[in-house]
Design a protein around this ligand. Structure first.
Ligand code: FMN
Length: 391
């Protein structure tokens, strides 16, 4: 009998991803930095929060649709942009299709393996994510390409600190999938026949290039080639943020905000949204979990722009905790990557369904008819939980 491809939790999707992916690809998704303090706290902090449920007078129907950056979405969850390669041959297109099928907006990384044209065609609710890589003309050209492709919003991620090294080891990722690289990686790939078969069916190997960072008349840079250009680019100022926001002119999210003072600057720069985020624990290790920083930020700027959160979301109840503490919605990273690795588009849909039913259970138990009624009083919050940064 064929094994049931459906999984019941994100943890199970991760177990399957670990079995299915070659080790370097799996480790690239595990990611994290330095000692892993932040990546661990992102998960642990959600476990510190409890619920205060009701038992009777509960609601038969619960509303969870909302709107982010002008896009109606079926639940307060979005796909966070991730620049990863070689997880699945359909990559971000499969993620975009799954998100579209579930009424969820898609963030596409500029380091992604699929082009903005293909992804926006698969999900018209696509936001293009940019880092500050290259000069102003290059940034505008990249942004205009995304606009022409149909991107409905821009996400600027600014919390990257070029942290190198992690205690559990970094994956060896080849610069390009040359014949030599394929032979070098054969031992880890050959033990993963189902992963290999997915690629074999397409007749292609993962090419590890970044099609969204192509400059006119040039080939797509390799992942590391693009990373090198990024490292050589002078770091942006708040004026640069305001400038890019103005060039875009539409819905604009600043991703990676952890402090109240920075959130206020994002308001001043004209941003329409921020994501309280530490890049999934992948940069400055020792940064607290976003869920700890969220309450102070939502209290300070929640009326001025849309406050989102990403980092550590693995279940619907995590989404509900974030919304109760002031987030309009959350974005997920590894959660959907595990689903993609485990079962392609259907795996991402599976993850979104797990989150949806978890949100519904929590809203039901808390006695609400809508996510709009969630508040801190639904939660058990330890006295020392919050980190009010930059107040
Ligand atoms: C493998 C990996 C690659 C990522 N690449 C990007 C990226 O290219 N751009 C970006 O803004 N964030 C990137 N992120 C961060 C995610 O968008 C998101 O902030 C983070 O994954 C949320 O935490 P979670 O994985 O616990 O859900 C990446 C995260 C991971 C795990």
């Amino acid at each position: 009998m064929a094994k049931n491809a459906w999984f019941e939790t994100v943890a199970e999707a991760q177990r399957r991803a670990k079995k299915r992916l070659p080790k370097p690809v799996y480790m690239a998704l595990v990611a994290g930095s330095e000692k892993g303090l932040t990546v661990d706290d992102n998960i642990a902090a959600f476990s510190e929060l409890g619920f205060a449920p009701h038992v009777a007078g509960l609601h038969d129907k619960r509303e969870m649709a909302t709107e982010v950056m002008g896009q109606p979405i079926s639940m307060p969850v979005l796909i966070s942009p991730t620049g990863v390669q070689a997880v699945h041959p359909d990559g971000e297109v499969a993620v975009a299709r799954a998100a579209a099928a579930r009424g969820v907006a898609m963030g596409l990384s500029s380091f992604a393996s699929k082009s903005i044209e293909e992804v926006a065609a698969a999900n018209p609710q696509t936001f293009f994510q940019m880092y500050w890589v290259g000069d102003r003309d290059t940034l505008v050209q990249r942004m205009e390409r995304a606009r022409a492709a149909g991107a409905t919003g821009l996400i600027m991620t600014l919390d990257w600190s070029f942290s190198m090294g992690r205690d559990w080891g970094s994956p060896a990722i080849p610069e390009k999938m040359s014949l030599k690289a394929m032979i070098d990686n054969a031992p880890s790939a050959i033990t993963k026949p189902s992963w290999l078969w997915e690629f074999a069916k397409t007749g292609k190997v993962p090419d590890l290039t970044t099609p969204n960072l192509i400059k006119p008349g040039q080939a797509a840079p390799t992942f590391f080639g693009a990373y090198g250009e990024w490292m050589g680019t002078p770091l942006p100022t708040w004026e640069d943020v305001a400038w890019l926001r103005e060039q875009w002119g539409g819905p604009f999210m600043l991703k990676g905000v952890m402090r109240v003072d920075d959130a206020k600057r994002a308001v001043d720069a004209g941003c329409s949204a921020i994501s309280v985020s530490n890049h999934g624990g992948n940069n400055l290790d020792g940064t607290p979990a976003p869920i700890r920083a969220l309450p102070a930020i939502a209290e300070a700027v929640g009326d001025d722009l849309e406050v989102l959160l990403d980092g550590g979301i693995r279940r619907g109840s995590d989404v509900v905790k974030a919304v109760a503490l002031g987030a309009k919605a959350v974005m997920i990273g590894r959660g959907y990557l595990w689903g993609l690795a485990a079962n392609g588009q259907a795996g991402v849909e599976n993850v979104l369904d797990i989150l949806r039913s978890g949100i519904d259970s929590a809203v039901l138990g808390l006695g609400h008819s809508s996510i709009a009624d969630l508040s801190p009083s639904d939660l058990v919050i330890p006295a020392d939980f919050r980190r009010d940064l930059g107040v």
